[in-house]
Ligand binder design. Sequence first.
Ligand code: FES
Length: 106
Amino acid sequence: MTEADYHRVATTTDLHDGDVIEVQVGKTLLAIYKIDGGFYATEGVCTHAYARMAEGYVEGDVIECPYHGGAFDIRSGKAVAAPCTQDLKTFPVRIDGDAVLVGIAS
Ligand code: FES
């Protein structure tokens, strides 16, 4: 992952703790989260069916899918509740000043 792979997706003040927003970088749909003061990024679509994770519910460090009650650990992307069994892909996040940057290998 090089410097050029990091894309600005938000400003740090765009999110409060417990928020999730959707952003698109090229063809990649992402969900960006703020929990416990930290920023995290996962793929934006549930691995079970086509639900958008930014329409889900943040509960502590877990995102619950809006469709069938599946859930994922926001930090690791790990599936933690049925019917989800496949983990969400995660992406590295960096903060540069007030910019939230997500690394997506091109
Ligand atoms: Fe997410 Fe079914 S689409 S749990």
